[in-house]
Design a protein around this ligand. Structure first.
Ligand SMILES: NC(=O)c1ccc[n+]([C@@H]2O[C@H](COP(=O)([O-])OP(=O)(O)OC[C@H]3O[C@@H](n4cnc5c(N)ncnc54)[C@H](O)[C@@H]3O)[C@@H](O)[C@H]2O)c1
Length: 308
């Protein structure tokens, strides 16, 4: 099965590498606008195949979308990342034009494609793809909650001083520093609520660290992170290609679910061969409902800056 990754930069290349390493897809096509860049990344990655033991064929192209024809899944990572001190929302001006243009090219050559949107501000970019691609809503998935939940689990394990495989948790709502909603009420260690191990202050501290997880890394690295984002995307691609039906929080178009409509926000979804196979309705506390609504309002304000 063919998977296209647009943007051969930090996140795109890392995503292609993880997909190949997991060996579930026959072909990955990397696309970039920078002359020779995707070709170079693809060649370098292919030279790891005999070392890392994968059979996935990785190719690269400078903007020739005919090479992406017949893709089952396409990942959009093209665009600029944030620099220290920037919010994801500040990227909208440049990234909206790129995402719209890339989407048109992808759909032209792969009308049945499932698109995973990664470029920031992700919830708004996913909304843009809905408004401009003509694709059914189950075939547009924004990736944010998968990464934010992984960061939440990292912080949970750190606070509990336990292995990450002991903990479980989800982050929903917006993929932004203020709009993320780590669901402490549902977080567990081996099925036991974390509230049995951590007082409220410790829970709030780790939730806040989760929310600024991206900004913390951007400050350390000078640009935004790529390993965990790449791994999170590859997990979603695998759930589609292998029809795993994993439950993952994804930014999807809401039509009344969680009290919101005409907006893309992170909610738990079943991800399988058809894309978003189901939006899962879970109970939220009153405080969580309020935070979800506040996040929706902020995303709606950013969406208002879009020009179609
Ligand atoms: N949703 C998430 O959880 C998440 C996580 C990390 C990064 N991001 C976002 O992903 C995007 C990429 O981040 P990065 O660190 O890989 O950046 P990067 O600069 O390393 O890579 C971006 C690549 O996109 C390419 N590009 C630009 N315009 C293009 C076009 N029109 N067609 C094809 N390629 C084009 C660039 O040449 C570059 O190689 C950023 O917007 C970043 O904010 C999102």
């Amino acid at each position: 099965m063919k998977v296209t990754v647009v943007g051969a930069g930090a996140v795109g290349a890392s995503c292609a590498e993880y997909i190949a390493m997991k060996n579930f897809s026959s072909e990955v096509v990397l696309v970039d606008i920078k002359e020779g860049f995707a070709e170079g990344k693809a060649m370098d990655l292919m030279q790891t195949a005999s070392l890392n033991g994968f059979d996935t064929k990785i190719t690269g192209t400078t903007g020739d979308y005919s090479k992406t024809a017949g893709s089952k899944v396409a990942v959009i990572t093209s665009g600029i990342p944030r620099k220290p001190g920037m919010t994801r929302e500040e990227l909208i001006g440049i990234n909206a034009g790129i995402v719209k243009d890339v989407t048109e090219n992808l759909v032209k050559h792969s009308p049945d494609v499932i698109i995973i949107v990664v470029s920031n501000p992700m919830d708004t970019m996913a909304y843009l793809v809905h408004k401009t691609s003509g694709l059914p809503k189950e075939r547009i998935i924004g990736m944010g909650g998968a990464l934010d939940s992984a960061r939440f689990k990292y912080r949970l394990a750190e606070a509990l001083d336990c292995p990450i495989s002991d903990v479980d948790g989800m982050v929903i709502a917006a993929h932004s520093d203020t709009g993320m909603l780590p669901l402490l009420s549902k977080a567990t260690r081996n099925g036991v609520s974390v509230s049995e191990f951590l007082d409220e202050e410790k829970q709030n501290t780790l939730a806040e660290a989760t929310k600024v997880g991206g900004a913390t890394l951007t400050k350390l690295l000078g640009t935004s992170a790529w390993y965990a984002p790449g791994a999170a995307v590859s997990m979603l691609v695998q759930s589609i290609v292998c029809d795993q039906k994993k439950m993952v929080p994804c930014s999807v178009m809401l039509d009344g679910e969680y009290g919101e409509s005409d907006i893309c926000l992170g909610v738990p979804c079943i991800i399988g061969k058809n894309g978003v196979e189901k939006i899962v309705n879970i109970s939220l506390t009153d405080a969580e409902k309020e935070k979800f609504a506040t996040a929706a309002k902020a995303v709606r304000d950013v969406n208002g800056d879009l020009k179609f």
